[in-house]
Design a protein around this ligand. Sequence first.
Ligand code: ADP
Ligand code: ZN
Length: 750
Amino acid sequence: MPDDDASSREALPTGFRGEGIAAHRVRVLLPLPLPEALDYFAPGSLPEPGAFVRVPLGQRSVAGVVWDGADNGLPAKRLKPIIEILATPGLQSELRQFIERVAAYTMAPPGAVLRMAMSVPEALQPPRPRRVCAASPAGRAVLAGATTEPRLTPTRRRVLEILSSGPQLPAAELARLAACSPGVVRDLITAGLVDERFAPAVTAEAATPDWRLAGSALSTDQSMAAKRLVDGVAAGGFGVSVLDGVTGSGKTETYFAAVAAALAADRQVLVLLPEIALGAQWLERFRRRFGVLPAQWHSDLSAAERRDTWRAVAAGRARVVVGARSALFLPFPELGLIIVDEEHDPSYKQEDGVIYHARDMAVLRASLAGIPIILVSATPSLETLVNVARGRYQRVSLPRRHAAAELPVVRLVDLRRERLERGRFLSPLLVSELAATLEAGEQALLFLNRRGYAPLTLCRACGHRFQCPSCTAWLVEHRFTGRLLCHYCGHAEAVPACCPECLAGGALVPCGPGVERLLEEVTQRFPQARATLMVSDQLSSPRAAAELAQAMTEQRYDLLIGTQIVAKGHHFPMLTLVGVVDADLGLAGGDLRAAERTYQLLQQVGGRAGRAEHKGRVLIQTWMPDQPVMQALAAGDRDPFLEAEAAARRQAGLPPFGRLAALIVSADDAETSDLTARALSRAAPQLPGVTVLGPAPAPLAVLRGRHRRRFLVKAGREVRLQPILQDWLSRVRTAGSVRIQIDIDPYSFL
Ligand code: ADP
Ligand code: ZN
């Protein structure tokens, strides 16, 4: 609550004392984790709900949004005046409602959700003239070698080269492109080699995608599917379609028809992709279909790009936005269609800050906006399939691969029979298939969802294992960088020469395979093959990822080894063999979706094989070939597996047949966290049909130095868990370092 300081009372113009003020009272929601909107008064004309305003908060001034609903009844004399009404178009009622509903569902403060819709505060200011850099005549002369003074360091040379070969750029942007510190650019300006001047303000005119361009000629299956999607767009109104098509069936081409229809109807379109970083091929396809690139929204954009895109969306200039999950909170004034590609992807669940599932919230936004939404996948989530079965979502199927491409043949490699050599991870069968593939001049992909060299490093002499100092997790050796790394908190240390415990030298041994170790094995077995890794920690940027994908397409590599980032979206025509090195990896642990996720991931990875005219093969190495999920993959028939999964979850009352919420208690020390957990336990709700499990130490009992305890709350589908949790929490006092996180519909059980 803002302080009732003397200055604000003085700020009250006499005319507003007492009664008259009621008419000038406004609620303002600030993008801060406060429990509710705050009351202010508007000295001048009353701003409309949704208007962006600047208001005082303590000593600061903060931009917020005029909110709907009843005020808090703060005494008139304590109200502070809003400072200004901003000129930016206001937040539409649809988005305000969406923010309220997301907050209510996830139990996050509405202001924390608003912050996601106001993630670029600079975008609210009118565009300012930018200061940009250009190479000065002196700079050009030095670069051209016309003079030898002053001497250029390689970094300074790079900066000048960027400027002389491209457009004028703001200093910060220039430093980013040249991968140098802003100081280098400053020094060049001081030295007179770079000029800085004002460029006129521009509102980047986002190029408009042209829906009139002809797309690819669709196959009969595709046209039928496209027609149903287009009909949904034409009819308008809320409706969920599930575009369920095998890998390579042309789902993208098909939903592009719906995008075109929405554009033709003068509406904006939002396409969510799981990892926009992997979207280079997608973007290129969009450009081929619609003539221009769509607006993009993801974490790898510069601040200036985010600001321009936010403004372009709010002003309706950006007609199609493709983005990661946070794009869902952009202020579209004319949203007409949402597409969630790879709807089953676990990365749609945001796990920190406001914990929400972007697919589920996208359905909510579509329903509030009264528009169609399309969920796209080759392996739809059980949640989505159950909604199809209940008749809430309509399924649109693409059962065949496009053109001559056939689905790959899938074989299980039973590791109990096919023996692995010591310290090796490729079975004889997989090795011979690899040899045949390389022999034929085709490409292969080895999939192993483990970064680094080995998941565990231990001392042969004393058995010492390397553990993260602030997490319950083993450190993973990364040989390329010579470091031991915690995959949970990022802690890194150099690999020591001798064991820190018993001081034995040269006694550290790697246990198990990571992708780096696999690359070593491949290089030993196939010295001629051009092999490389595709791993998130070695791809510095989306551009690096795109370049690697391009190199694969052009067959500059024969063999790709990758983690889950290779699974999605890629289309390499000459890739015919996929080897899954350890199919059982994802099945361990008590995750209710472990089997489903394994199925989805391996089906996606396998789907990279044989996408063009060459027939594909998939080899899956497993110790558990009898598992239903392995059988489903081998048979290429998901239905019996999914039915069994569904039956098991129904039996156990688990999602999507029941509700689940997690409570994670954390504190700086184990004792405090146990005390709080016990207090929560005593106050736990005792209601029919609601089960509280726990407290139990989280599998990651210590994460970033915080000691964690978990509760799991289970209830029937008819139960609304939020009020129950609210009531529970209100009965427990927490102190000091304690934090209680609520995760509605948890996907992570760590
Ligand atoms: P999915 O997303 O279902 O895995 P894609 O949309 O990636 O499938 O399509 C697989 C490949 O087939 C892509 O290279 C795509 O360009 C091509 N393709 C799909 N449909 C058509 C079509 N109607 N005409 C031409 N090429 C197509
Ligand atoms: Zn750690």
